[in-house]
Design a protein around this ligand. Structure first.
Ligand code: ASP
Length: 477
């Protein structure tokens, strides 16, 4: 069976098993297994004594062997899922760094680099502008915030209070544009590598790669050997990504089962209109922005593009992290879509950090939804400001699960909507995060394919001359 299908089966099985647990497993089920406090038992903490009606502690019941076996299964499941994410994150920094140094050194001319970067950033900004505009138009047409019943609104606001406070405390971490630009320059490049600060790693890689191209004549052959060394290391990282992807079907299952099992289906139903708006926005971005762009400027069949990006889409969906998916995204573009290593090595990591179209759609709809639900009318001027601020904010949004929630608070404050309103959407955020991360990753792929297409063929690097793989299952699952 092909690798991608194995991951799809892992994903479907994870959703089905999670949904079954969600529907059938209750506190009563735990009680039958001798567990009086499921949360404490799962966390391995001592279960507090139950106080009886007479005020005295009730004789403690012992968890059964089956309960212990289940706890072991839950722990093993968690370990497997998190291990997979860790392995991918561990590979992301070296693969980006080695690819950028090798790629820039092979360009041989700083102007070419400026051209590549300029085109990539221009496409990133245009698609993000389209995405947030689509989000705002949909929420203006459907007005999901007006549909939500009063008692649901009150319940959600009460339930999410603690989490809102926690997020509110982190808003000072959100930087302005000037600070973001300044912070791209690493004070200590090794510290940047150690902290996995992707923009700083990109700047370090660019500087080192450029330096190699500017060596005096008598050092050039040594410089080329070093560049080839980095290229080989990037290749080694690619091999490791493929090895990690071998366990992707099981890992995807392990990641999805607990998420779906703990999902509040009631909340999902109550916020159905809002969720549908976000999903419709994401689909519109793919259909109305990505497909035409990939077809016209990227000269690639959009269906083939989505198909070849499938491993990255599936990992993005299960991990909710474009950073964790980065290594797989690059392998899909290079191995399956035949994009030049040099272009993918530069444009993809840049995109994973600054391009978040899925997040932009979501932020636009979330702000409008919360404003509508709290009875705040956003003027046209405020909505136009939102378009620009969302694009800038999505640049600073980290590619991690829930990375844009803190940004959402800042945006709400910016347009005068009470930030506590974020409590309304927290219950369904994880599932929407999975969907928007897929679009974030696809957007990086679209831009990379286009920039690659626009590069003159004479600047292709020799290592890229392999034909775009028609069927590369053996290389990337
Ligand atoms: N989880 C998203 C990503 O990694 C970011 C977000 O919108 O929260 O791309």
């Amino acid at each position: 069976m092909k690798g991608v299908w194995r991951i799809v089966i892992g994903l479907i099985a994870g959703i089905l098993v999670g949904a079954l647990i969600n529907a059938l497993w209750t506190d009563q089920t735990w009680l039958r297994l001798g567990v009086t406090d499921a949360a404490a038992f799962k966390a391995g903490k001592p279960v507090p004594a139950v106080i009886g009606p007479d005020g005295a502690p009730v004789e403690p019941i012992e968890p059964t062997t089956l309960a212990h076996a289940l706890r072991f299964a839950i722990d093993a499941n968690w370990l497997m899922g998190q291990g997979f994410i860790r392995a991918l994150r561990f590979l992301a920094v070296p693969i980006v760094f080695f690819s950028i140094v090798a790629g820039v050194a092979s360009l041989g001319d700083p102007r070419k680099l400026g051209r590549l970067g300029g085109r990539a950033v221009a496409i990133y900004i245009c698609t993000s502008l389209c995405a947030v505009t689509i989000g705002l138009i949909i929420s203006r047409l459907v007005r999901p915030g007006k549909i939500i019943p009063e008692h649901v609104r009150a319940n959600l606001m009460a339930e999410g209070g603690d989490q809102v406070q926690l997020l509110g405390g982190r808003t000072d971490q959100v930087k302005g544009l000037g600070r973001q630009i300044l912070d791209m320059i690493p004070v200590n490049p090794f510290d940047a590598l150690a902290r996995a600060d992707m923009l700083q790693v990109i700047v370090f890689g660019l500087a080192l790669g450029l330096g190699l191209t500017l060596l005096p004549k008598d050092r050039q052959s040594a410089g080329q050997s070093i560049a080839r060394g980095f290229d080989t290391l990037a290749e080694v990282m690619g091999i490791l990504v493929r090895a990690v992807m071998f366990v992707a079907p099981l890992a995807v299952f392990c990641l999805l089962t607990p998420i779906v099992a703990e999902m509040g289906l009631g909340t999902l139903r109550a916020l159905g209109a809002y969720c549908l708006c976000v999903i419709a926005g994401l689909i519109t971005v793919i259909g109305a922005v990505y497909f035409p762009l990939v077809f016209t400027l990227g000269r690639t069949n959009p269906w083939r593009f989505v198909k070849e990006m499938m491993p990255a889409n599936l990992v993005a969906f299960s991990s909710s992290s474009s950073n964790a998916t980065l290594a797989v995204t690059m392998r899909c573009l290079i191995d399956r879509l035949g994009v030049s290593k040099r272009v993918a090595g530069f444009v993809c990591p840049l995109g994973a950090t600054i391009n978040m179209d899925g997040t932009a759609v979501y932020l636009g709809i979330a702000v409008a939804f919360i404003a509508q639900a709290l009875g705040v009318d956003l003027t046209i001027g405020q909505q136009l400001t939102l378009v620009v601020t969302v694009v800038l904010a999505s640049i600073g949004s980290p590619g991690i699960p829930g990375g844009s929630l803190v940004i959402l608070i800042v945006l709400l404050q910016g347009v005068g909507v009470p930030a506590e309103g974020i409590a309304l959407i927290l219950g369904v955020d994880r599932i929407l995060d999975m969907a928007r991360t897929v679009v974030n990753v696809l957007g990086d792929g679209v831009t990379t394919v286009i920039v690659n297409r626009l590069e003159p063929p004479d600047s292709a690097d020799p290592a890229d001359s392999a034909p775009p793989a028609a069927s590369t299952e053996a290389r990337t699952p």
